[in-house]
Design a binder for this molecule. Structure first.
Ligand SMILES: Nc1nc(=O)c2c([nH]1)NC[C@@H]1CN(c3ccc(C(=O)N[C@@H](CCC(=O)O)C(=O)O)cc3)C=[N+]21
Length: 286
């Protein structure tokens, strides 16, 4: 059996075409949604991600700005910039690229972003809202994974799902969303005792660790759906966590790296920015 390839690039393209139509309607009736991305420092990979986000936003008719700050920028300086963006009525979505340089405390920054503009869904208020089951912004990678699973022809009800990695950005929120979809989730991490046994009995494996070669063909039950969130550069090449070539011969469906989860994450940043702008329109009506 050869797996169905979950083509994130194509699925993202189709999704963005739908967003583009909604943006056009919004622009005709009200204003142009804007995504502003804050990047601190000179990390090459981060610069390439934020440039992709700006390009993707502009391609669907949104406006997008990148605020590029020096590596040695102080926390107070970044906080001041965020306060300015919070108050700027032209800005609907704010995204501060992580990781941040070490002199800047990430929590302090995320606390400062106005929850109604926090399109990453990383602020403590929005994380709390997610678990409370009230209106929020769902983090972009988990949202993208849920969209990919819709294309995997799998009914999640009662399914065994292994999530590897317990970050606030991917592992924990995706476990929450999958649980809400009636799946049974095991959240695995570096200290888990029965990692490999759990993978082997799972109907879906989601790996978000950043360790190439972590998930091997021996770990995968025939027909299982495998979602690879890893993106690690090895010898100048982007690698996921999954041994893709071997696993695709036994899995039911699988995401490639690149071209799987990554393009979906960017699409969901756009999705959340549009929602932020739409919520503002609703608020102004009342
Ligand atoms: N505040 C914040 N929000 C984020 O959403 C965020 C972040 N910080 N920090 C870093 C991670 C990583 N991330 C990726 C997004 C797209 C691709 C992506 O599109 N990758 C392409 C390949 C790109 C390439 O070839 O280098 C792909 O997988 O096909 C990858 C990684 C968002 N992140």
């Amino acid at each position: 059996m050869t797996a169905k390839i979950l083509d994130g690039k194509k699925i993202a393209q189709d999704y963005r075409a739908k967003l583009k139509k909604e943006v056009a309607v919004m622009k005709a009736q009200t204003f142009t949604p804007n995504l502003t991305v804050v990047l601190v420092g000179n990390d090459g990979a981060s610069l390439s991600y934020v440039t992709s986000k700006k390009k993707a936003a502009e391609a669907i008719g949104m406006s997008s700005d990148i605020i590029k700050l020096e590596e040695n920028t102080s926390e107070e300086e970044v906080l001041k910039i965020i306060r300015g963006l919070n108050e700027n009525p032209q800005v609907h979505g704010i995204l501060v690229q992580v990781p941040l340089p070490e002199q800047i405390n990430e929590s302090h920054i995320l606390e400062e972003i106005a929850p109604e503009k926090d399109v990453d869904g990383f602020s403590p208020i929005n994380i709390g809202r997610l678990y409370a089951g009230v209106e929020t912004f769902i983090p972009c990678t988990p949202l993208g994974i849920m969209e990919l699973l819709k294309h995997a022809d799998i009914n999640l009800t009662g399914k065994e799902i292994a999530v590897i990695g317990r970050s606030h950005i991917v592992g924990q929120p995706v476990a929450k969303l999958l649980t809400d979809s009636d799946a049974t989730v095991t959240l695995l991490h570096s200290k888990s005792k029965f990692l490999k046994d759990t993978l082997k009995r799972s109907d879906v494996i989601i790996s978000a660790v950043g360790k190439p070669g972590l998930v091997t063909v021996e770990d995968v039950k025939p027909g299982a759906v495998v979602i690879d969130v890893g993106n690690t550069v090895v010898d100048g090449k982007l690698r996921g966590d999954v041994d893709y070539e071997a696993v695709k011969e036994v899995a039911g469906a699988i995401t490639p790296v690149p071209g799987g989860v990554g393009p979906m994450t960017i699409t969901m940043v756009l999705n959340n920015t549009l929602i932020a702008a739409q919520r503002l329109v609703e608020k102004q009506k009342n």
